[in-house]
Design a protein around this ligand. Sequence first.
Ligand SMILES: NC(=O)c1ccc[n+]([C@@H]2O[C@H](COP(=O)([O-])OP(=O)(O)OC[C@H]3O[C@@H](n4cnc5c(N)ncnc54)[C@H](OP(=O)(O)O)[C@@H]3O)[C@@H](O)[C@H]2O)c1
Length: 308
Amino acid sequence: MIHGTVAFVRIAVVTGGNKGIGFEVCRQLAGSEVTVILTARDEARGTAAVKKLRELGFSGVIFHQLEVTDGSSIDRLSDFLKTRFGRLDILVNNAATRGCELVDDPSFGPKPTMEKFSGMDGHQRVEWMLRNSQQSFDATKEAVQTNYYGTKQVTEALLPLLLSSDGRIINVTSGFGLLRFFRSEQLKQELNDIDRLTQERLDELLDAFLMDFAAGTVEAGGWPTEFSAYKVAKAAMNAYSRLLARRHPALRVNCVDPGYVRTDMTGHSGLLTPEEGGARVVAVALLPAGGPTGAFFDAAGEASPSFV
Ligand SMILES: NC(=O)c1ccc[n+]([C@@H]2O[C@H](COP(=O)([O-])OP(=O)(O)OC[C@H]3O[C@@H](n4cnc5c(N)ncnc54)[C@H](OP(=O)(O)O)[C@@H]3O)[C@@H](O)[C@H]2O)c1
């Protein structure tokens, strides 16, 4: 109690909180007096992550199972939040897949991870990822389902709880989600023209991408050709964020690029630690009330209205 009033504790949900950037976001939010619902699709991995945080002294972290592509799992989380808190203040849509398989690089031999990339700059590391990845249809579909549809489904289900508070939605995006990677000017324009774009059209575009991928016409269709599923799904998530920000001006809906981070997603090739990447996400989650909405926060932490 502070002078007769109960101190306000914010409630946050983080998707894919069991490892990588998501785990760090949970840790740093918990260290900022936020009650964190760390969610993970796998119960054992999620409870192990919560145990680790509790051992570090963060007692305000709670586990809840969440598979972002599963409607019944989302409903269970929503019911839990309604019953336990009656509201949600912060939603961090972090869960994602990379949209391709990373294969073993025999040239590295048994070197420890830290040594593998020493002497390589960011560009060379991305080139390494590209050389050692394979884009299958399964991984492509999984990335679209998780990174775009999963984010959208979780958000729509939790919206009523977010609208009842100073709600913030932070969609963890990537520089790869910028529209500059699209080959077709028409696609770029369509995805950028937020005055004319609709939710239905966005879903149609994702269907068209998957059809082009299956038919081997990604390049002819004007889509990004390298890391295509990841880039298309993140660009779609960015466009969805902008549509949502317009639909609900009372909310703060923003996209944050955490930078190139050493996690499983990048085969630990990144330049930043998960702590550094997570801090960029948390900084936007904890912005003072009335800040930007519908913005893209780049690696320097600057809010930009442009997603090109
Ligand atoms: N690492 C980078 O350089 C980088 C750069 C830009 C943006 N990002 C973005 O940062 C976010 C975190 O990435 P990261 O590097 O920390 O990746 P990561 O270490 O691979 O972690 C991804 C997390 O998402 C979870 N996840 C995947 N599919 C899921 C699903 N269907 N339902 C629920 N959870 C699911 C994973 O759970 P499991 O453990 O069960 O697989 C894991 O917890 C992603 O949105 C990514 O696109 C990363």
